[in-house]
Design a protein around this ligand. Structure first.
Ligand SMILES: C[S@@+](CC[C@H](N)C(=O)[O-])C[C@H]1O[C@@H](n2cnc3c(N)ncnc32)[C@H](O)[C@@H]1O
Length: 281
């Protein structure tokens, strides 16, 4: 039987990434990270390096049902990077009927309601919708799938869809649905985990306790795939924004504090999320 992966294995993955990013450009960092690898390997039978880290894959509903209470929590680096950008785009919208698609616990439904929008939220996870109904009594919430929204054509002035398309295997159906329910001239704001992150193995991960983690898979959607789906749906791109991991996001990650310089070398400067502002023709 294969042994469970350990915290040491996980940290070594970051060390390898740091070396590849520094290769040829920064020999000092390569040497420091190689030295750190040697130290971790030498102590891999000791705590904390030998501590098991077991990952259990969950479907969207199960995974988000477990994360619903208090979602998204105070220290989520992805939300930290994404939220100010999305809010700025929402601030610029004329108030109207606005859809929060895959609304989760109502983070943007609440913000839109505070701006004076008439808000409808749709999500696949009943536990998330229960949180959203408590959090945003002014909005209407319904169970539904992004790929077949239970909503009439052109019934919204605008839509937002935050951090959810990465859970869809194909982009075409959900983007087609967002375009269908928004009127001509309406705006659509989309945020998502950046494809570089998904390619590096970042998923929506939450602790289960005792060295176990649950995760919902993030599928990789390249920028070219978004552009093809937008074109097919009749959406034009007004802006595409790609913020990078910086000190605040690394601090919020709260990981590997005991390995000096690791996250700066491995993660800082990589794109963390992708944010799109779109207009329906
Ligand atoms: C990372 S959370 C984001 C929630 C919210 N948009 C926010 O940004 O706070 C992802 C949400 O997408 C929902 N979701 C994922 N796939 C979906 C689908 N196909 N249809 C509807 N909701 C979906 C999940 O249930 C979950 O609530």
């Amino acid at each position: 039987m294969v042994e469970d992966p350990t915290r040491g294995d996980f940290v070594l993955g970051f060390e390898g990434l740091a070396i590849m990013r520094a290769w040829g450009l920064d020999p000092e960092t390569v040497r420091e990270r190689a030295q750190s690898i040697a130290e971790i390997v030498a102590r891999r039978a000791e705590t904390p390096w030998r501590d098991a880290m077991v990952e259990r894959q969950r479907g969207v509903r199960d995974g988000y049902a477990s994360q619903a209470e208090g979602y998204p929590g105070p220290d989520n680096p992805i939300v930290l990077a994404e939220e100010p950008l999305v809010r700025e785009l929402l601030d610029a919208l004329p108030t109207g009927a606005t859809l929060d698609a895959a609304c989760g616990a109502g983070r943007y439904a609440r913000y839109l309601a505070s701006l004076g929008h008439s808000v409808t939220g749709i999500d696949l996870t009943p536990e998330m919708l229960a949180e959203a109904r408590n959090f945003v009594p002014a909005a209407r919430f319904e169970l539904g799938d992004l790929s077949s929204l239970p909503l009439p054509d052109e019934s919204f002035d605008h839509a937002v869809c935050a951090l959810a398309l990465t859970h869809c295997i194909e982009l075409g159906p959900p983007i087609g649905e967002l375009a269908r329910v928004v009127r001509s001239g309406g705006r659509i704001v989309i945020s998502d985990v950046h494809p570089v992150m998904s390619m590096l193995g970042v998923h929506s991960r939450y602790p289960l306790g005792e060295g176990e983690f649950g995760f919902v898979q993030n599928h990789v959607h390249l920028t070219s795939s978004y552009l093809a789906a937008f074109r097919e749906a009749g959406l034009s791109v007004l802006q595409c924004i790609e913020p990078l991991w910086d000190d605040a996001e690394l601090e919020a990650l709260g990981f590997a504090d005991d390995v000096p310089g690791l996250l700066e070398a491995a993660v800082k400067g990589l794109p963390i999320v992708i944010v799109w502002e779109l207009e329906k023709a």
